[in-house]
Design a protein around this ligand. Structure first.
Ligand SMILES: Nc1ncnc2c1ncn2[C@@H]1O[C@H](COP(=O)(O)OP(=O)(O)OP(=O)(O)O)[C@@H](O)[C@H]1O
Ligand SMILES: [Mg+2]
Length: 257
């Protein structure tokens, strides 16, 4: 198993309030790391810390975030931009917010790809069509000419994933990527992550509230509670032999549903 991301002893504060405390976690090539925990436990802050897109009031007070051998916290702003768009990609809960609604889908592919590769307009178009086909978007050629507001949330979510596929991102950070979608679209997006895991070498960090999603997709699980990771295990041990009282409670509460 090749480690692609390692977070070491990461702490984040907002003012004097501890938001994340001594977070340690690793993500591996071709594996899904599920991150679960109650609302306010710090899941989104963790994703944003890794992407270094924390709100300005939040400060990383300690720690390291290694992408392969590079500590992302030691990069200059320009170097970080290059890494962020190229290797790490965030799939947001509300895909609509990730798009510029006065630019076509083709333009989004062009801007993203041009930032990292030297490609002709035609090559970009071909790659965009290919990537959108991979995520089962219908009529990708036509879609290129659409504006984001003309597409459903589920379609936009898949366009966002297609953009990450096109740049061959090695880490997908998906913060509750399906909560804004209806069940059909949810299922499609989750199946897609499963395929990405199998077909590409990417590591996927998948934040979810849903233990069913964890059971179906995750290889490893990290449980967050009040800004800390209180348990980390492979998915079998997580369900069969939970260690922490909170994890046991979480699993029990599922049975009573
Ligand atoms: N912009 C902000 N300003 C101040 N505090 C914030 C801000 N965003 C989040 N927090 C605080 O940081 C902590 C962690 O929040 P975070 O959004 O990471 O939780 P979460 O686990 O993602 O929750 P949810 O499951 O509801 O998305 C919470 O205590 C929250 O109140
Ligand atoms: Mg959140």
């Amino acid at each position: 198993m090749k480690k692609v991301l390692e977070v070491k002893d990461l702490s984040v504060k907002i003012g004097e309030e501890k938001i994340l405390t001594s977070i340690n976690l690793s993500a591996y090539q071709g594996r899904v790391l599920g991150i679960i925990g109650e609302s306010g436990s710090g899941k989104t802050m963790l994703c944003q810390a890794i992407m270094q897109s924390l709100p300005s009031i939040a400060q990383i007070t300690h720690g390291e975030i290694f992408y392969q051998q590079q500590d992302l916290l030691k990069l200059s702003a320009a170097q970080l931009r290059a890494y962020r768009g190229r290797h790490l990609s965030i799939i947001m809960q509300n895909p609509s917010a990730a798009f510029d609604h006065i630019q076509t889908i083709e333009r989004h592919f062009r801007e993203t790809l041009k930032a990292h590769f030297v490609m002709t307009k035609n090559e970009i178009r071909q790659l965009a069509i290919e990537s959108m086909s991979k995520v089962n978007l219908p009529n990708p050629e036509q879609l290129l000419h659409y504006y984001p507001f003309q597409l459903s949330g589920g379609m936009l979510q898949r366009v966002m994933i297609a953009l990450s596929l096109a740049i061959q991102a090695s880490i997908y950070i998906a913060d509750e990527p399906t909560t804004a979608l209806d069940t059909v679209n949810q299922k499609q997006v989750l199946t897609l992550f499963d395929r990405i895991r199998l077909e590409t070498e990417a590591a996927i960090l998948l934040v979810t509230h849903d233990l069913g999603v964890i059971a179906e997709l995750a290889d490893d699980v990290a449980v967050m509670y009040k800004g800390e990771i209180i348990e980390q295990a492979n998915v079998y041990d997580f369900f069969d032999a939970p260690q922490h009282a909170y994890t046991k409670k979480l699993l029990q509460s599922r049975i009573t549903f």
